[in-house]
Ligand binder design. Structure first.
Ligand code: NAP
Length: 333
């Protein structure tokens, strides 16, 4: 089977497609024939090996794992002897090792069965971004009646957080610089403002402020949060090569004990409960990710470049082996 790999860190041009053999699944392993794989900023970080603190986990000089990609949707190809509840032929969404491949290896707890009417590219756009959004909303204690600002609402995490906060009954302000996504975010049920229009346009006194990007100083972000509200730092690009946007998260952790505001960071990991919830919301039509465009597997580098450059208007998805059209659900252009 064909898989996208990289043997060294670098820009997405280091990616190659190679032939790989897979051993039969062992234990609770599941092999998924990938139909669509979601692209996220995390993939760029894994390919670049930046911020370099990441390399303590992924390999200091070169990546230990050569495969790339996490989010997937496809069909179960084979299951290990300990797997119950999944059979070859089942449609699934979830996360796996080296998802940018014709077949990905994962574990039974990392995928959920997907109904026939949800298209694979739609499902592949959701696992990591959706789980992170749910985690951020829980961190911000977002519920019915909460006043929430999503600062950076046009990206993968921000757009899903906007919709999920509305579904939770919150009053949501979605701040984005992507004017062409304003209608979609308004359709999610949020009030949309221009992220660059200044502090007065953003408002203040929020119960929760979710920040998905940028390097806006902590003091400026705190000015948006109510006295007992929560600042939720999801991510940030740029910053130093060693710590990147983590510097602000460390500053927030240091300040948190000394203020009535809660200053929190999100470190999200997919889990069966969130995956099942996201699957159910996709199935009911309550959640519909904004999709940008699809790329074939051989153009994984271009797909990551598109996301990292800020050009994407919604989630970027790889379609694999012409299978993405399987299913009758809404597709992508
Ligand atoms: N903590 C975790 O567990 C976790 C999990 C997943 C992702 N992340 C990180 O979260 C970040 C967002 O991920 P993503 O997949 O949503 O990326 P994405 O799709 O590329 O979106 C980038 C987001 O950053 C926002 N942004 C850019 N500059 C900003 C600024 N100056 N102020 C506020 N927002 C700004 C954009 O807002 P506009 O709408 O205005 O364009 C957009 O929403 C990334 O840094 C990613 O690495 C963290």
């Amino acid at each position: 089977m064909r898989a996208v790999v990289r043997e060294r860190y670098g820009d997405p041009a280091v990616l190659r497609v190679v032939e790989r053999d897979l051993a039969a699944p062992a234990g609770d392993e599941v092999h998924v024939r990938v139909a669509a794989a979601g692209v996220a900023m995390g993939d760029w970080h894994m390919v670049a090996g930046l911020p370099s603190v990441l390399r303590l986990v992924t390999g200091l000089r070169a990546p230990r794992e050569h495969g790339v990609g996490l989010d997937l949707a496809g069909t179960v190809e084979a299951v290990g002897p300990d797997v119950t509840g999944l059979r070859p032929g089942d449609r699934v969404l979830g996360c796996g090792r080296s998802a940018f491949a014709e077949t990905a290896v994962t574990r039974a707890g990392r995928v959920a069965v997907l109904p026939d009417h949800v298209a694979f590219p739609v499902a592949a756009a959701v696992p990591t971004s959706g789980t992170t959004a749910l985690h951020a909303l829980r961190t911000g204690r977002v519920g019915a009646g909460s006043r929430v600002l999503v600062l950076g609402a046009g990206g993968g995490v921000g757009s899903l957080a906007t919709r999920l906060a509305v579904l939770a009954g919150a009053e949501v302000t979605a701040a984005t610089a992507r004017a062409d996504l304003a209608a979609a975010l308004a359709g999610f049920g949020a009030a949309v403002v221009d992220r660059g229009a200044g502090a007065a346009a953003l408002g203040s006194g929020y119960d929760a402020v979710l920040v998905t990007g940028g390097l806006t100083p902590l003091a400026d972000l705190r000015a948006l949060v109510g006295l007992r509200g929560t600042l939720v730092l999801v991510g940030a690009e740029g910053g130093g090569r060693v710590l990147g946007g983590l510097t602000r998260q460390l500053a927030a952790a240091a300040r948190d004990p000394w203020t009535r505001q809660r200053l929190r960071s999100v470190v999200s990991r997919e889990n069966p409960a969130d995956l099942a919830r996201l699957r159910d919301l996709l199935a009911s039509g309550d959640l519909a990710p904004v999709l940008d465009r699809t790329f074939p597997l051989d153009e994984a580098g271009a797909a990551i470049d598109r996301l990292a450059s800020g050009a994407a208007r919604g989630k970027v998805v790889l379609t694999v082996g012409g299978r993405a059209g399987d299913g009758d659900g809404p597709g992508v252009s």
